[in-house]
Every structure is written in structure tokens, then in C-alpha cells.
Design a protein around this ligand. Structure first.
Ligand code: CA
Ligand code: CA
Length: 202
């Protein structure tokens, strides 16, 4: 009995593991909603890049840092199907991300750089205003401002992320956390604890 369940489980894991996860699907739908600023039911790469522009102001990012992020966006979102001039609806967005997710997990397992890590690295460089390779609380607050979030929440968010109480968030931590929330929903679910997840399953 146990081995049968294990077999079914492993088959389930290989086949469409992301799109079948309710948690992952919900999160990706949220991303679609947030990024579809003009509410036309489509996302374009141009729209996604435009949404990163507040970083320039809030994080005082120079053009080179913004250009690196744009390049990483084209690589990552291009594999999802968001090529220049192409309009992508929610269904295409989810299946594209599911496809990319499988490739990204393969890359991660093979120890290769993921396309997502290019975005996370470029983003880290932008948030790291004073270029000391560490993200301080004020820098996190500026990033939250650029994302349209409540900056007064920065304290709480920072303390949660910096659980070792080092006083900063490292590049590796940001990359890992971002990748985890994108492509390892189950792993993140455990980290978040059941209180958060409970609401999502209802
Ligand atoms: Ca749109
Ligand atoms: Ca810094």
C-alpha cells in the first residue's frame, strides 16, 4: 500500500507538478493580476518592464542596473512566452510558467544558473543602493515602496527574512527566497506554516 502511494506520488510529482499545486496557481494568478496594470486581461513584456520603473526612483537605480534587470526579464519571461509585442492571457501565462518551471527545476538540480537567478541578481543590485553586497532595512523599505507596498511593514518583513539576526539580507538569501516562492511552493508552504496556508485552501 505504502509503496503504491509512493509510486503515485512520484508520478504526480513529475507530471505537471506546478500547475496542479493550488498554492502555486493562486500565487501566479495574483502575479498576473498585479502586473496587468491596465486590466485588459493580457500581459506583455513591455507592461512587465514598465512596472519595474518605480525602482529607478525609489532605489535611486542607475541606468546600467535597470538595463540588467530588463535583460534578465527578457530571458525569463521570454521563455514563458512573453516575447516583444505579444499579448499573453492568464491561461497562456500559467502554462508558460509551468513549462519554464520544469526547465528551471532541472537547471537547479543540475547546479546550473536558473533564469530566475538572473532576475534575482539584477534585482539585488538595484535594491543594494550603497553597493555593499548586503541589503539593509532602509534598502528593503525603499524596494517595498517601489512595489507599492506599505513601507511601515519593512521592519516586520526584514526581521522575518533576517532570522539569524545578522542585520542584513545576503544575496544568496534573496535568490533562494525568491526562487523558492516561485518554483517550490510546497517547500515554501512549510516555511510559511499552516496558518497562512489554511486560508489559501479555503
Ligand atoms: Ca495588460
Ligand atoms: Ca546595501
Amino acid at each position: 500500500m505504502g509503496s503504491m502511494i509512493a509510486r503515485i506520488r512520484s508520478r504526480y510529482k513529475v507530471k505537471n507538478r506546478l500547475i496542479r499545486s493550488i498554492y502555486w496557481k493562486k500565487k501566479m494568478k495574483e502575479i498576473f493580476y498585479v502586473e496587468d496594470v491596465n486590466r485588459d486581461g493580457y500581459l506583455t513584456i513591455e507592461e512587465l518592464i514598465k512596472n519595474t520603473k518605480p525602482l529607478q526612483k525609489y532605489c535611486n537605480a542607475p541606468p546600467e542596473k535597470m538595463a540588467n534587470l530588463e535583460k534578465a526579464y527578457h530571458l525569463f519571461w521570454g521563455e514563458v512566452g512573453l516575447r516583444p509585442g505579444k499579448k499573453v492571457n492568464k491561461k497562456m501565462f500559467l502554462s508558460g510558467l509551468n513549462r519554464l518551471g520544469r526547465k528551471e527545476l532541472e537547471r537547479e538540480q543540475a547546479g546550473k544558473a536558473t533564469l530566475h537567478s538572473h532576475i534575482a541578481n539584477a534585482l539585488f543590485d538595484i535594491i543594494d543602493q550603497n553597493n555593499n553586497n548586503k541589503l539593509q532595512k532602509e534598502e528593503i523599505a525603499n524596494w517595498m515602496g517601489a512595489a507599492g507596498l506599505d513601507q511601515s511593514e519593512a521592519e516586520r518583513l526584514f526581521d522575518e527574512a533576517d532570522h539569524l539576526k545578522k542585520g542584513y539580507i545576503s544575496r544568496e538569501e534573496l535568490i533562494e527566497t525568491e526562487f523558492c516562492s516561485f518554483f517550490h511552493p510546497e517547500k515554501c508552504m512549510q516555511k510559511l506554516g499552516m496558518t497562512v496556508v489554511k486560508g489559501l485552501w479555503l
